[in-house]
Design a protein around this ligand. Structure first.
Ligand code: PHE
Length: 357
């Protein structure tokens, strides 16, 4: 029995993994194991022999069991120690530099414009980009036969044969938000609506998707003088100049009467735009007094209220302020070259970049 004990304790101590230990356990203590066989032999012994052999066998069994448990525990400790040795992490290593995102110049200019008008008490309104042709045209006094419909190169939404719902369009301007805002809030009203608009057009200064900001002020005695003041304040603030000359040039829009295009005094000395000085004039937007029919379409009584409206291309004023020659550049995937044009936000590191630099 001492041989048996020495043999198993030795084997257990040398066992290299859990499955080797399990094999040894079966070999020693299993139903057909060596100890079980000896146990079975007890029956053939004399009572005296049995009295000493029985407890000794039980003690051996216990000893093997606890040797197994001890070996398992030390194998576990070794595995943990090995993991601790191999899986360590150097937290002092500098982080990898990530490509950091930046604000798109159009978003930045939209924010600038919104902030300037917010200072003058204009709230921001939004509307859908897929618009009914009623909101986009009819309500704005552009009936079905009106040439403006063709001029605007409208994208119509596809309709299945037999679908007789009124046609939907990708809005060609932000003006439909005028009507939606009048319906939602009534008068008095003072809002701007920045957003995406669509026209089938593509060249250096036109992309099929571009951005406008609409402005609208309605009250009992709003006049073109108010329009002029608001636009002057806007131009001074946006182009960061102390004074500006503004020129109303008679024009025509179906939704305003009278209508005016607005030019600002500028110079192009050396190819760069200077606002507020020089002998040139630069067209920056369309505007006018809201047509009575448009007020009516929005549910506002034109005998009680009147107002001005204007619409401005955000992409265009971004190109002007930052001297960008080709509109299509805004929609390239890689905008890093725009840094050259002084878009400050492009160089503001994000938290990621800031931490790792
Ligand atoms: N909706 C006009 C356009 O897209 C701009 C405009 C808006 C003109 C409001 C006058 C008043 O060209």
């Amino acid at each position: 029995m001492d041989d048996l004990k020495a043999k198993y304790l030795g084997l257990i101590a040398d066992a290299g993994d859990e499955s080797a230990i399990e094999d040894l356990r079966v070999q020693a203590l299993g139903k057909k194991g060596e100890i079980a066989l000896l146990m079975r032999g007890l029956g053939a012994m004399s009572p005296e022999e049995r009295q000493s052999a029985g407890p000794a066998l039980n003690a051996l069994k216990d000893e093997i069991n606890s040797a197994i448990a001890a070996r398992k525990a030390s194998l576990g400790d070794a595995a943990l120690a090995e993991r601790l040795r191999s899986e360590w992490l150097d937290v002092t290593l500098p982080a990898r530099d990530r490509r950091s995102g930046t604000i798109h110049p159009i978003s930045q200019v939209s924010d600038e414009v919104t902030a300037i008008f917010a200072d003058m008490g204009f709230a921001v309104a939004e509307g859908p980009q897929v618009e009914s042709d009623w909101y986009n045209f009819d309500a704005l006094n552009i009936p079905g036969h009106h040439p403006a419909r063709a001029e605007m190169d409208t994208f119509y939404m596809h309709r299945l044969a037999g679908d007789n719902r009124a046609p939907s369009v990708l809005r060609t301007h932000t003006s439909p938000v005028q009507i939606r805002s009048m319906e939602a809030h009534g008068a008095p009203l003072r809002i701007i609506c920045p957003g995406r608009v669509y026209r089938a057009d593509y060249d250096q200064t036109h992309t099929p998707m571009f951005h406008q900001v609409e402005g609208l002020a309605i009250d009992r005695n709003i006049s073109m003088a108010n329009l002029k003041w608001v636009l002057e304040e806007f131009v001074k603030s946006y182009f960061e100049v102390d004074s500006v000359d503004l020129r109303f040039r008679a024009s025509h829009f179906p939704f305003t009467e009278p209508s005016a295009e607005v030019d600002i005094r500028c110079s192009w000395e050396g190819g760069t735009l200077k606002v507020g000085e020089g002998d040139d004039w630069l067209e920056i937007l369309g505007s006018g007094m809201i047509h009575p029919k448009v007020l009516k379409a929005g549910g506002i009584d034109p005998d009680q209220y009147q107002g001005f409206a204007f619409g401005m291309g955000i992409d265009r004023i971004a190109m002007l302020k930052y001297g960008i020659p080709d509109l299509r550049a805004f929609f390239d995937s890689d905008l890093r070259w725009l840094r050259h044009y002084g878009f400050a936000s492009l160089d503001v590191p994000t938290l990621q970049g800031g931490l790792s630099r």
